[in-house]
Design a protein around this ligand. Sequence first.
Ligand code: NI
Length: 228
Amino acid sequence: MLLHLQAVLDADELARAAELLADAPWCDGRVTAGEQSAAVKRNQQLPQQHPLTRALQQIVLDGLNRHATFFSAALPKKVFPPLFNRYAGDHNRFGDHVDNAIRFVPGQHQQRVRTDLSATLFLADPASYDGGELVIAEGTGDRRIKLPAGDMLLYPGTSVHRVEPVTRGARLASFFWVESMVRSGEQRQLLFEMDRALIDLRSSGGESGPAVALTGSYHNLLRMWADT
Ligand code: NI
Protein backbone atom coordinates (compact mmCIF):
# COMPACT_ATOMS: atom_id res chain seq x y z
CA MET A 1 0.00 0.00 0.00
CA LEU A 2 1.18 3.48 -0.90
CA LEU A 3 -0.25 6.10 1.41
CA HIS A 4 -0.06 9.88 1.03
CA LEU A 5 -0.17 11.55 4.47
CA GLN A 6 -1.02 15.22 4.37
CA ALA A 7 0.45 17.97 6.56
CA VAL A 8 2.77 15.92 8.74
CA LEU A 9 4.58 19.22 9.32
CA ASP A 10 2.80 22.56 9.60
CA ALA A 11 3.94 25.86 8.07
CA ASP A 12 5.92 26.94 11.17
CA GLU A 13 7.75 23.63 11.35
CA LEU A 14 8.55 23.74 7.63
CA ALA A 15 9.95 27.26 8.02
CA ARG A 16 12.12 26.17 10.95
CA ALA A 17 13.31 23.11 9.03
CA ALA A 18 14.14 25.26 5.99
CA GLU A 19 16.22 27.59 8.18
CA LEU A 20 18.18 24.68 9.64
CA LEU A 21 18.65 23.03 6.24
CA ALA A 22 20.03 26.25 4.75
CA ASP A 23 23.17 25.95 6.93
CA ALA A 24 23.41 22.19 6.75
CA PRO A 25 26.76 20.35 6.50
CA TRP A 26 25.80 18.08 3.56
CA CYS A 27 27.97 15.04 2.88
CA ASP A 28 27.97 12.18 0.36
CA GLY A 29 24.82 10.07 0.66
CA ARG A 30 26.66 6.81 0.12
CA VAL A 31 27.61 6.66 3.83
CA THR A 32 24.33 4.92 4.70
CA ALA A 33 23.96 2.87 1.51
CA GLY A 34 24.30 -0.88 1.20
CA GLU A 35 26.61 -2.30 -1.47
CA GLN A 36 23.98 -2.52 -4.24
CA SER A 37 22.44 0.88 -3.56
CA ALA A 38 25.83 2.64 -3.21
CA ALA A 39 26.46 1.87 -6.88
CA VAL A 40 23.39 3.84 -7.98
CA LYS A 41 23.17 6.48 -5.22
CA ARG A 42 24.19 10.05 -6.07
CA ASN A 43 22.83 12.44 -3.48
CA GLN A 44 23.78 14.24 -0.29
CA GLN A 45 22.78 13.60 3.31
CA LEU A 46 23.22 15.15 6.71
CA PRO A 47 25.59 13.39 9.12
CA GLN A 48 23.42 11.23 11.38
CA GLN A 49 24.87 12.40 14.69
CA HIS A 50 25.17 16.14 13.99
CA PRO A 51 23.35 18.53 16.43
CA LEU A 52 21.57 20.13 13.49
CA THR A 53 20.32 16.71 12.39
CA ARG A 54 19.05 16.09 15.93
CA ALA A 55 17.08 19.36 15.87
CA LEU A 56 15.52 18.42 12.52
CA GLN A 57 14.74 14.90 13.73
CA GLN A 58 12.80 16.34 16.66
CA ILE A 59 10.67 18.43 14.30
CA VAL A 60 9.82 15.34 12.21
CA LEU A 61 9.15 13.12 15.23
CA ASP A 62 6.84 15.75 16.77
CA GLY A 63 4.90 15.85 13.49
CA LEU A 64 4.60 12.06 13.39
CA ASN A 65 3.54 11.84 17.03
CA ARG A 66 0.45 13.97 16.52
CA HIS A 67 -0.52 12.47 13.14
CA ALA A 68 -3.30 9.96 13.88
CA THR A 69 -3.38 8.59 10.33
CA PHE A 70 0.35 7.80 10.50
CA PHE A 71 -0.22 5.82 13.69
CA SER A 72 -3.22 3.98 12.27
CA ALA A 73 -1.47 3.07 9.00
CA ALA A 74 1.98 2.22 10.32
CA LEU A 75 1.19 0.93 13.83
CA PRO A 76 4.78 1.85 14.65
CA LYS A 77 6.87 -0.17 17.05
CA LYS A 78 10.17 1.54 16.21
CA VAL A 79 10.88 4.57 14.06
CA PHE A 80 14.42 4.89 12.71
CA PRO A 81 15.80 8.37 13.59
CA PRO A 82 14.86 10.39 10.48
CA LEU A 83 17.60 11.15 7.96
CA PHE A 84 17.74 14.11 5.58
CA ASN A 85 18.80 14.25 1.96
CA ARG A 86 19.33 16.72 -0.83
CA TYR A 87 19.25 16.11 -4.58
CA ALA A 88 20.80 18.90 -6.66
CA GLY A 89 23.64 19.62 -9.07
CA ASP A 90 25.86 16.55 -9.61
CA HIS A 91 24.31 14.77 -6.62
CA ASN A 92 20.87 14.57 -8.14
CA ARG A 93 19.64 10.96 -8.43
CA PHE A 94 19.23 7.57 -6.81
CA GLY A 95 18.72 4.63 -9.18
CA ASP A 96 16.55 1.55 -8.64
CA HIS A 97 17.20 -0.18 -5.33
CA VAL A 98 15.56 -1.90 -2.37
CA ASP A 99 16.24 -0.55 1.11
CA ASN A 100 18.21 -2.78 3.49
CA ALA A 101 15.90 -5.03 5.52
CA ILE A 102 17.55 -4.19 8.85
CA ARG A 103 18.95 -0.79 9.87
CA PHE A 104 21.17 -0.22 12.88
CA VAL A 105 20.48 2.90 14.88
CA PRO A 106 23.75 4.82 15.18
CA GLY A 107 25.09 5.28 18.69
CA GLN A 108 22.56 2.90 20.21
CA HIS A 109 24.18 -0.41 20.95
CA GLN A 110 22.46 -3.25 19.08
CA GLN A 111 19.30 -1.24 18.44
CA ARG A 112 17.91 -2.62 15.17
CA VAL A 113 14.92 -1.56 13.08
CA ARG A 114 13.29 -3.96 10.59
CA THR A 115 12.22 -1.82 7.65
CA ASP A 116 8.58 -2.88 7.20
CA LEU A 117 7.71 0.58 5.88
CA SER A 118 9.72 3.29 4.16
CA ALA A 119 8.78 6.95 4.50
CA THR A 120 9.69 10.05 2.49
CA LEU A 121 8.67 13.41 3.93
CA PHE A 122 8.95 16.11 1.28
CA LEU A 123 10.50 19.37 2.55
CA ALA A 124 10.84 21.53 -0.58
CA ASP A 125 8.08 23.28 -2.52
CA PRO A 126 7.58 21.13 -5.65
CA ALA A 127 7.52 24.32 -7.77
CA SER A 128 11.10 25.07 -6.68
CA TYR A 129 12.66 22.08 -8.46
CA ASP A 130 12.22 19.93 -11.58
CA GLY A 131 12.48 16.15 -11.58
CA GLY A 132 13.10 14.35 -8.28
CA GLU A 133 9.98 12.16 -8.46
CA LEU A 134 9.99 9.17 -6.15
CA VAL A 135 9.21 6.24 -8.47
CA ILE A 136 7.93 3.07 -6.87
CA ALA A 137 7.40 -0.22 -8.72
CA GLU A 138 4.00 -1.41 -7.61
CA GLY A 139 1.89 -4.22 -9.05
CA THR A 140 1.51 -3.67 -12.76
CA GLY A 141 3.44 -0.42 -13.12
CA ASP A 142 5.43 2.44 -11.68
CA ARG A 143 3.93 5.09 -9.42
CA ARG A 144 5.57 8.53 -9.73
CA ILE A 145 5.24 10.68 -6.64
CA LYS A 146 6.10 14.28 -5.85
CA LEU A 147 4.28 15.80 -2.88
CA PRO A 148 3.79 19.26 -1.38
CA ALA A 149 6.25 20.30 1.33
CA GLY A 150 5.14 18.85 4.66
CA ASP A 151 3.41 15.81 3.10
CA MET A 152 4.75 12.29 3.41
CA LEU A 153 4.60 9.07 1.45
CA LEU A 154 4.49 5.77 3.31
CA TYR A 155 5.32 2.72 1.17
CA PRO A 156 6.29 -0.91 1.64
CA GLY A 157 9.93 -1.46 2.57
CA THR A 158 9.95 -4.37 0.15
CA SER A 159 9.46 -2.25 -2.98
CA VAL A 160 11.99 -1.40 -5.69
CA HIS A 161 12.17 2.40 -5.93
CA ARG A 162 14.29 5.27 -7.23
CA VAL A 163 14.53 9.06 -7.25
CA GLU A 164 14.55 10.62 -10.71
CA PRO A 165 17.30 13.12 -11.57
CA VAL A 166 16.69 16.67 -10.34
CA THR A 167 17.34 19.00 -13.28
CA ARG A 168 16.60 22.36 -11.62
CA GLY A 169 16.68 23.55 -8.01
CA ALA A 170 17.06 21.26 -5.01
CA ARG A 171 14.86 18.48 -3.66
CA LEU A 172 15.03 18.30 0.13
CA ALA A 173 13.43 15.49 2.06
CA SER A 174 13.49 13.49 5.24
CA PHE A 175 13.46 9.72 4.95
CA PHE A 176 13.28 6.92 7.47
CA TRP A 177 11.90 3.49 8.17
CA VAL A 178 9.29 2.05 10.48
CA GLU A 179 9.20 -1.34 12.14
CA SER A 180 5.53 -2.04 12.67
CA MET A 181 3.87 -3.81 15.59
CA VAL A 182 2.04 -5.75 12.86
CA ARG A 183 4.62 -7.34 10.61
CA SER A 184 2.23 -8.54 7.88
CA GLY A 185 1.35 -5.85 5.34
CA GLU A 186 -1.98 -7.59 4.64
CA GLN A 187 -3.00 -7.58 8.30
CA ARG A 188 -1.83 -3.99 8.72
CA GLN A 189 -3.86 -2.87 5.72
CA LEU A 190 -6.97 -4.64 6.97
CA LEU A 191 -6.64 -2.91 10.35
CA PHE A 192 -6.12 0.46 8.67
CA GLU A 193 -9.21 0.04 6.47
CA MET A 194 -11.26 -1.05 9.48
CA ASP A 195 -10.08 1.96 11.50
CA ARG A 196 -10.99 4.33 8.61
CA ALA A 197 -14.44 2.76 8.32
CA LEU A 198 -14.96 3.05 12.08
CA ILE A 199 -14.15 6.76 11.98
CA ASP A 200 -16.77 7.21 9.21
CA LEU A 201 -19.29 5.09 11.10
CA ARG A 202 -18.83 7.17 14.26
CA SER A 203 -19.04 10.49 12.45
CA SER A 204 -22.34 9.51 10.81
CA GLY A 205 -23.97 7.49 13.59
CA GLY A 206 -22.16 8.42 16.82
CA GLU A 207 -21.23 5.84 19.43
CA SER A 208 -23.89 3.31 18.41
CA GLY A 209 -23.94 -0.27 19.70
CA PRO A 210 -22.54 -1.66 16.43
CA ALA A 211 -19.77 0.99 16.39
CA VAL A 212 -18.73 0.00 19.91
CA ALA A 213 -18.83 -3.71 19.01
CA LEU A 214 -16.75 -3.21 15.85
CA THR A 215 -14.25 -1.06 17.76
CA GLY A 216 -13.92 -4.00 20.14
CA SER A 217 -13.27 -6.31 17.18
CA TYR A 218 -10.61 -3.92 15.85
CA HIS A 219 -8.79 -3.95 19.17
CA ASN A 220 -9.12 -7.70 19.52
CA LEU A 221 -7.57 -8.21 16.07
CA LEU A 222 -4.80 -5.76 16.94
CA ARG A 223 -4.20 -7.63 20.20
CA MET A 224 -4.02 -10.92 18.27
CA TRP A 225 -1.58 -9.63 15.64
CA ALA A 226 0.52 -6.98 17.36
CA ASP A 227 3.96 -7.62 18.76
CA THR A 228 4.95 -4.80 21.11
NI1 NI B 1 15.52 3.80 -0.75
